[in-house]
Ligand binder design. Structure first.
Ligand code: TXA
Ligand code: MG
Length: 323
């Protein structure tokens, strides 16, 4: 399949492909999404094939106005409305009851749908032109890190989609915070840049109340949580301090390092020394990608404190490292 690379000035062309049942990768402030019309089941089925994604893993639907939201979701519960008003448009997905007209393939047969109103201006322009909710998982091949640059998108999706809407590098770099509701109460299903403290402030509860404990039996609330994610080709090892870093055996490896304000390191290592954790999160996946491309076999990644945005980074790092 020939993939059209579409610039921001031609956002209408990208939307036209969606309207014809095509697949289009588009940028959001979190990561690039692999989109299809949420109301075209055949197009949605092609998302699963293009990604190599298991069909029991539901898709997030992206909207840009109230009409699209109402077409996708049933009426929002009170807590969801509070979060919507506080954080949309933005990097937060809400899992709510679906509109019965939304095709079952989007939600993998679940009665709920994950819905997000992104804030990236190009994503919003694209969604407005599409005129319909756009189902879009992250635009990586299943299991790999999500793409945050056009280069990563091309590497993963050229030849698999009709179009790539080429925007800037993603501002956040990690996938959205996902919040679901258990008996009407908000629970964080995936941490992101909207933190537990941010959510708790709006809901008037304790951040600890938002912790989701997955049931040991039956279907988990978020099916995707059980799959391995975010893995580069290289082995990933985590460290907290310079002492821990120095204790990791690196013989025979080409080494890549990710850290924040860290010490000087041996010549020949690929080092990304970020100024803060925000920058670390923004560039995490693109650094994985770059390290793989230059042939690193071992990536040493610093773990943040699991607090605030650090929780989201630590969550992705543990999955990448298999720890
Ligand atoms: O930032 C993001 O969220 C990006 C951009 C493109 O919006 N999207 C993204 O989608 O990360 P994806 O498919 O890679 O991750 C969505 C997660 C999956 O783990 C999926 O299982 C979960 O959301 N999910 C989707 N619908 C759900 C539902 N109805 N109930 C529970 N979890 C759901
Ligand atoms: Mg994903």
């Amino acid at each position: 399949m020939k993939t059209q690379i579409i610039t921001a000035a031609h956002v209408k062309d990208a939307a036209a492909l969606i309207k014809k049942g095509g697949l289009v990768v588009f940028p959001t402030e979190t990561v690039y999404g692999l989109g299809a019309s949420a109301f075209n089941p055949a197009a949605c089925a092609r998302i699963f094939t293009a990604k190599g994604r298991p069909s029991d893993n539901p898709l997030i639907v992206h909207v840009s106005n109230e009409t699209q939201l109402a077409e996708v979701a049933a009426e929002l519960p009170v807590q969801a409305r509070l979060l919507k008003d506080a954080f949309w448009p933005g990097p937060l997905s809400l899992v709510v009851l679906k509109n019965p007209n939304l095709p079952d393939i989007v939600t993998a047969g679940l009665p709920t749908v994950a819905v997000r109103w992104p804030r990236s201006p190009l994503a919003l322009a694209f969604l407005e032109e599409c005129g319909v909710g756009v189902a879009a998982p992250s635009a990586n091949v299943s299991g790999a890190p999500s793409p945050t640059t056009v280069e990563m998108v091309k590497n993963a999706m050229l030849g698999r989609v009709e179009g790539i809407l080429a925007g800037d590098d993603c501002e956040e770099g990690l996938e959205s915070t996902i919040v679901g509701f258990v008996d009407g109460r908000a629970k964080i299903l995936r941490p992101g840049s909207v933190t537990a403290a941010d959510l708790a402030r709006v809901l008037g509860c304790d951040a600890a109340d938002l912790v989701y404990v997955a049931p040991t039996e039956g279907r988990p609330l978020s099916p995707g949580l059980k799959y391995t994610h975010y893995k580069p080709d290289a082995e990933v090892r985590l460290f907290r301090s310079s002492t821990e870093l120095a204790s990791i055996a690196v013989e025979g490896h080409k080494v890549g390092v990710l850290m924040v304000a860290g010490p000087a390191l041996p010549e020949g290592w690929e080092v990304r020394n970020f100024e803060d954790w925000k920058a670390y999160g923004r560039h995490l996946y693109s650094a994985f990608f770059d390290f793989d491309r230059v042939g690193c076999t071992l990536i040493l990644a610093q773990l943040p404190e699991a607090d605030g945005f650090g929780t989201a980074i630590a969550n992705r790092l543990h999955k990448a490292a298999g720890t």
